[in-house]
Ligand binder design. Structure first.
Ligand SMILES: [Zn+2]
Length: 258
C-alpha cells in the first residue's frame, strides 16, 4: 500500500532549493501523514520502506523518525519496525491543561496590548477557515487553527510562549484533526467569540472564551474514542504504577457508642 501516495512525486526528485533539507521534508511529509491518519496509530513502518516510497536514502528517514519520536508520534524499537504511537488520552489531557493555562494568560495580555492589525489578521484567518470548510480542506483548516493561536501569542509579544505551546500541542493535534470531521463550524464560532472579546479589550471574556475553546477537547476525546477505539492507547487507571491493583479496604462503619 502506498501510504504516502497523496504526496505524488518522490522527495528526492524535487528541485533542491538549499532549504529545507531532505530530512526536514521527510519529517514534514511523515508528520502530515501521521496527523491526518494516513499513517494510523498502531501502524508499523520500516526505514527502508519509507525511504523507498519517498525516493530518499535511509539516513533522512532515520533523522525524521528521531524527531517524530521526540514529539511521541512514533516509537522507535531497535531491530523492529517503527510504530506510530496510539493516542494517549492522559497525554492529550496533560497537554490541554498546559496549553489552556498558557493561552489564557496570553489572551489576557493580548487584550491589553494587541493592535488593530492583529484583530484584522485574526479575522482574515477565520475567513480563510470558512473557505477551507467550503472546499473540505481539513489539513488547511487545522494549519489555520494553529496560525490563529500563534498570531495571538506573537501579536501580543509572547512569541516565545508559542514555542512552549507548540512542544505540547502535538499530543492534541491528532484528536483536534479527527474532531474536525464534525467540529469545524464550532471552532469558527469560538474563534469569532475570541476576536470579539479582543476587539472590545474585554479581558475576562477573552480568557473565558479561550478556556472554553481549548477545554472542549475533553468532551471531544470521549466521542472520538467511541468512534475510533483502535486509535487510542489502553487507558491506565493509575499512572506510573505497575504493582497491580491497589488492595485498599474501606473500614466498616462503626456506629458511635451511645
Ligand atoms: Zn482554535
Amino acid at each position: 500500500m502506498d501510504i504516502l501516495s497523496t504526496k505524488g512525486e518522490k522527495l528526492a526528485e524535487r528541485p533542491e532549493t538549499g532549504d529545507p533539507t531532505i530530512a526536514d521534508r521527510v519529517f514534514t511529509t511523515l508528520h502530515s501523514a501521521i496527523l491526518t491518519l494516513q499513517m494510523p496509530p498502531g501502524s508499523k513502518f520500516s526505514e527502508a520502506e519509507i525511504a523507498k516510497q519517498l525516493g530518499v536514502s535511509r539516513q533522512p528517514v532515520r533523522e525524521a523518525f528521531i524527531r517524530l519520536a521526540q514529539i511521541e508520534f512514533v516509537r522507535i524499537q531497535p531491530k523492529r519496525a517503527t510504530e506510530v504511537c496510539k493516542i494517549s488520552e492522559a497525554a492529550v489531557l496533560n497537554a490541554r491543561f498546559i496549553r489552556e493555562a498558557l493561552e489564557a494568560a496570553v489572551v489576557r495580555d493580548a487584550c491589553e496590548n494587541c493592535s488593530d492589525e492583529l484583530i484584522d489578521q485574526l479575522e482574515d484567518i477565520v475567513e480563510r477557515q470558512r473557505k477551507a470548510v467550503a472546499v473540505n480542506e481539513r489539513e488547511l483548516f487545522h494549519d489555520l487553527d494553529d496560525a490563529f493561536h500563534r498570531s495571538i501569542a506573537e501579536g501580543s509579544g509572547r512569541g516565545l510562549v508559542w514555542t512552549l505551546i507548540n512542544e505540547q500541542k502535538a499530543q492534541m493535534d491528532r484528536v483536534r484533526y479527527l474532531s474536525l470531521a464534525f467540529n469545524e463550524p464550532v471552532v469558527i464560532r469560538e474563534h469569532a467569540a475570541i476576536i470579539d472579546a479582543l476587539r472590545d479589550r474585554a479581558t475576562s471574556r477573552a480568557e473565558t472564551a479561550m478556556r472554553h475553546h481549548l477545554s472542549r477537547i475533553n468532551s471531544l476525546i470521549a466521542v472520538l474514542r467511541q468512534q475510533h477505539p483502535q486509535y487510542f492507547a489502553a487507558t491506565q487507571a493509575v499512572q506510573g504504577t505497575d504493582a497491580g491493583p491497589l488492595n485498599l479496604r474501606v473500614p466498616a462503619l462503626v456506629k458511635p457508642a451511645r
